[in-house]
Design a protein. Structure first.
Lengths: 551, 176
C-alpha cells in the first residue's frame, strides 16, 4: 500500500491548518456563509438536511487496518457510531458539527487520509477496481496510476474551478469492475502483441440527468504520456465546457454537442501545442509509487485447501457464503473475500464503528493488512488464505457482516436519499430495505443469481440506477414519492443505459414489482442465463406485460 | 483600483481604451481584442506600451504573433468559480508570453495562490480584504504536486524534489 512521505504529510497538514483557520473565521463571523461555502466544499464538508456531512476520500478504495480503525474512531467520537460507504469508494459521516470538522481532518491526516476534493467542481477521488492487485484476470494493478492521479489532481491550480465536477476511474483488468465507460474519464489498460502496456482513454461517459456511455479518444496511450494527455483533455474541457447551465456542464455534454471527432481533434491539437517536456520525472515517480504496491509475500500453497472443502461440507451456511462472496484470486490457495454491507433489511453501505474494527482486525490478522471499499458499497479483503476462510467467516457472522448475498438481489446499491440528502426527491433507503426483505429467502436469491439493483433518490443518480440491471429512480409527483423502474443497464465492459419500463410505482409497490420482474425472468430464462442476458435477448416486452397486465 | 504585484500595492498607470474612439496621444493603453485586430497599424506606430484585455472565450492560440508586442494581458474572472482564465493564463505562459498577466473581476484571497501558480502576476483586488490577508494568502501552501507551474509563491514542486537529479519541467518563462 502507498505510504505518505514527508512531502505528502506536509501537504495534507498545511491544507488542514488552512481549513482550521477558515473554519475559525466562519465561526467568529469574519467570513459569511456565502464566502465560506466554497471553502468548506473543497474540503468535503456539505450542509445537508439535518447536519453537516463530511465526505472522506478513500483513494482508489484502498485502506489499511489502521486507517479503518481510525474511521471507526471518528464514527464513535464525532458521529453517531457509524459511517456510510459510498458508490465513489468514499465514506460519509452524516452528523458532523462544523466546529469538530478541523479535528476530524487532523485525525484523518494522522493516518494519511484527507477530504480534499470530495466535492466541488474539481477532479474528485479517483476510483478503481476493488479487486485490484488480487483479481485473477488482471493485466496490472491500476492503483499506482490511481495514486499518481491523486497527487497530480490534488489542488491542481488550473483545474480547481471546472464547469462541473470531474470523475476519473481506472481499471487494469479486461472485466471492468470500475465502470470506466460511465466516467468523465475512464482509463482501461491493454497489452499489445509485443507485451507492452498502454491505456485506452475513454471520455464523456456519465450518469445523472443525461446518462451516456463514453467514447474512446485514444486506443493505446503509452503510460508515460498519461499526465500530459490528461492535462490536454482537462484544458479543452475547462475552456469549452458549458458554464451557462449546471445540468449541461459535464464533459459528456461537450463531447456530445461538438461531436466525438471534433472533441478528439481539439484535444490532440492542444496536446501537440503544449510544450513537451521530458517525462522522466513522471516515470520515476510512477516507479516510486509502484514499489509501494508490490504484492504481499504470498505463501506457496496448493490450489485446493482440504480444510476449506471440509468446512463447506460441514457447514451449509458457510458453503453458501463461500459460493457467493468469494472472488477468484490470482495466487493459488488464496481467495478474495467480499464482505456484504447489505444485511437483510439494513441500510446499504452503513457500518458501525464496531463493525469497522472487526474488519480492520480481520485484515490485519488474515488479509495482509489491506481492505478495499467497492463502488457497490461493500468491503473487500483482497488476500485471504483459503485455510483461514472459516475463521474469517465466523468472526464476520458474529459482527452481523456475513450476509451471503454478494452480487445477488439483496446486494442493493442505494444513495442516502431523502433521509439525509438535501438534493433528494424521494427516499432510497426504505425502498432498499423493503426489497432486501422481500428477497430474504436465500434459496430464492440463489435461484435468481447474479443481479444488480440500483436505487437513486433523485435524477442526479448517485445510486447509479441507469446502469443497474434493475434501476429504480425515486421522484416526487405532487408531494408523493413514486419510483420509475429501468431494466437492462450495465456498468461493466459491455456498458449500457437501462430503459424505462413504464409508469412508476408508489414506494410500497416497488418490492412487489421487482418480484414480478424477476418471476418473469425465471419463467423465460434459458439454462445458465443471467438476468441481464435474458433481458437483452427478450427486450422489455414480457416484463412490461407482466407488470402492467393487471394494472 | 489598487493593483497587487509581488505582494505590494502599486499604482495602475494604464489607460483602458474602449471598443471604439480615439486613443490617447500618449501613455500606455489596454485595448480589447477586436481593437487590436482592427487598429493594429495605428497601435504599433503609437508611443507608449500596449496591453490587451481578453474575454473568457478568446482563444489563446490566436494571439501567437502579437504576444511579443504586448506588455500587459488582462484576463477576467466574471465569478470566482469561472475557471477559464486559469487555462488561458497557463497557455499564454506556455506560449512564451513574458509580460504582465493581470487578473480582474471576482478575485479573492483564497484563489490567489492558484492564480500565481498558473502565471498571473498582477491582481485588481478591490477593497473587501486588507493587504495583510492577501500577503498571507499568497503562501498558504508551500508545496505543489504539479509540474510546469509558475512558482511565484515559491512552492516546492514535490515530484521534482523527490527526483532532484532530474531535469526541471520547463524554464520559468518570465522574470521578476
Amino acid at each position: 500500500m502507498y505510504r505518505y512521505d514527508e512531502f505528502d504529510h506536509q501537504f495534507v497538514r498545511e491544507r488542514t491548518d488552512q481549513f482550521r483557520n477558515q473554519t475559525e473565521r466562519r465561526l467568529s463571523g469574519a467570513l459569511t456563509e456565502d464566502e465560506f461555502r466554497p471553502l468548506r466544499l473543497m474540503n468535503g464538508l456539505y450542509l445537508q438536511l439535518h447536519a453537516y456531512m463530511l465526505r472522506v476520500a478513500i483513494p482508489y478504495g484502498t485502506l489499511s487496518g489502521r486507517q479503518m480503525r481510525q474511521l471507526a474512531y471518528i464514527a464513535d467520537t464525532w458521529d453517531k457510531g457509524y459511517g456510510h460507504f459510498t458508490t465513489r469508494q468514499n465514506i460519509q459521516y452524516n452528523w458532523v458539527k462544523l466546529e469538530d470538522a478541523p479535528d476530524i481532518l487532523d485525525a484523518l491526516a494522522a493516518v494519511e487520509m484527507h477530504a480534499i476534493q470530495t466535492s466541488g467542481n474539481c477532479i474528485r477521488n479517483v476510483t478503481t477496481d476493488h479487486w485490484a492487485g488480487a483479481a485473477a484476470d488482471e493485466i496490472a494493478d491500476p492503483r499506482p496510476v490511481g495514486e499518481l492521479l491523486r497527487q497530480w489532481s490534488s489542488l491542481h491550480p488550473e483545474f480547481s474551478f471546472l464547469p462541473r465536477k470531474f470523475k476519473i476511474a481506472v481499471t487494469g483488468a479486461p472485466h471492468d469492475r470500475a465502470a470506466v465507460k460511465v466516467h468523465d474519464i475512464g482509463l482501461r489498460l491493454h497489452k499489445n502483441d509485443a507485451g507492452e502496456i498502454g491505456w485506452e482513454v475513454i471520455v464523456g461517459g456519465g450518469l445523472g440527468r443525461t446518462p451516456m456511455v463514453g467514447v474512446t479518444v485514444r486506443d493505446f496511450l503509452p503510460q508515460h504520456e498519461l499526465i500530459g494527455y490528461l492535462e490536454a483533455i482537462m484544458r479543452v474541457y475547462n475552456l469549452y465546457g458549458r458554464r451557462d447551465n449546471k445540468y449541461k456542464a459535464r464533459i459528456k455534454i461537450l463531447v456530445h454537442e461538438i461531436g466525438a471527432d471534433k472533441f478528439k481533434s481539439e484535444v490532440e491539437a492542444e496536446y501537440a501545442r503544449r510544450p513537451h517536456p521530458t517525462t522522466e520525472v513522471e516515470e520515476r515517480e510512477l516507479a516510486r509509487i509502484a514499489a509501494y504496491f508490490a504484492p504481499p509475500d504470498f505463501e506457496k500453497l496448493p490450489r485446493w485447501s482440504a480444510s476449506f472443502e471440509e468446512a463447506k461440507l460441514a457447514n451449509p451456511a458457510f458453503a453458501r457464503w463461500a459460493r457467493n462472496n468469494l472472488g477468484p484470486h490470482h495466487v493459488d490457495g488464496y481467495a478474495i473475500v467480499n464482505i456484504s454491507l447489505k444485511p437483510e433489511g439494513g441500510i446499504p453501505g452503513d457500518a458501525t464503528g464496531d463493525q469497522m474494527r472487526v474488519m480492520a482486525d480481520l485484515a490485519e490478522r488474515f488479509g495482509s493488512d489491506e481492505l478495499r471499499v467497492s463502488h457497490a458499497q461493500n468491503i473487500v479483503l483482497p488476500h485471504v488464505k483459503k485455510d483461514d476462510l472459516l475463521t474469517v467467516y465466523q468472526a464476520l457472522e458474529k459482527a452481523d457482516l456475513a450476509a451471503a448475498n454478494y452480487g445477488l438481489a439483496g446486494d442493493i446499491i442505494a444513495c442516502p436519499g431523502l433521509d439525509y440528502c438535501a438534493l433528494a426527491t424521494a427516499r432510497s433507503i426504505p425502498v432498499a430495505q423493503s426489497i432486501s426483505r422481500k428477497f430474504a429467502d436465500s434459496k430464492k436469491q440463489d435461484e435468481i443469481g447474479k443481479l444488480k439493483i440500483n436505487i437513486s433518490g433523485c435524477i442526479n443518480a448517485c445510486g447509479h440506477h441507469h446502469v443497474g440491471h434493475i434501476g429504480i429512480l425515486g421522484l416526487d409527483k405532487k408531494g408523493e414519492e413514486f419510483y420509475q423502474i429501468t431494466l437492462g443497464g450495465s456498468s461493466a465492459e459491455n456498458a449500457s443505459i437501462g430503459t424505462i419500463l413504464g409508469p412508476g410505482f408508489a414506494g410500497h409497490e416497488v418490492a412487489d414489482a421487482i418480484e414480478t420482474i424477476l418471476d418473469t425472468y425465471l419463467k423465460h430464462r434459458e439454462a445458465g442465463e443471467e438476468f441481464l442476458a435474458t433481458y437483452r435477448r427478450l427486450g422489455p416486452k414480457p416484463f412490461k406485460e407482466a407488470l402492467y397486465a393487471t394494472a | 483600483m489598487p493593483l497587487l504585484k509581488n505582494n505590494v500595492l502599486v499604482a495602475d498607470t494604464w489607460i483602458n481604451a474602449e471598443a471604439d474612439g480615439d486613443f490617447p496621444a500618449s501613455g500606455d493603453v489596454i485595448v480589447p481584442f477586436a481593437r487590436l485586430l482592427k487598429d493594429w497599424g495605428e497601435l504599433s506606430a503609437r508611443p507608449g506600451k500596449l496591453g490587451l484585455r481578453l474575454s473568457n472565450t478568446d482563444r489563446p492560440e490566436a494571439l501567437g504573433t502579437f504576444l511579443p508586442k504586448l506588455s500587459v494581458i488582462v484576463l477576467p474572472f466574471p465569478a470566482f468559480n469561472d475557471g477559464r482564465a486559469y487555462s488561458i493564463a497557463r497557455s499564454l505562459r506556455e506560449m512564451g508570453y513574458r509580460g504582465e498577466l493581470r487578473a480582474t473581476g471576482n478575485v479573492l484571497p483564497d484563489q490567489l495562490q492558484f492564480m500565481l501558480q498558473v502565471g498571473f502576476d498582477a491582481f485588481e483586488i478591490g477593497e473587501r480584504f486588507p493587504l495583510e490577508t492577501w500577503q498571507k494568502a499568497s503562501r498558504q501552501m508551500s508545496l505543489a504536486y504539479q509540474r510546469g507551474l509558475f512558482r511565484r509563491g515559491s512552492e516546492a514542486e514535490i515530484w521534482t524534489e523527490r527526483h532532484t537529479d532530474a531535469e526541471p519541467w520547463l524554464e520559468q518563462p518570465h522574470a521578476g
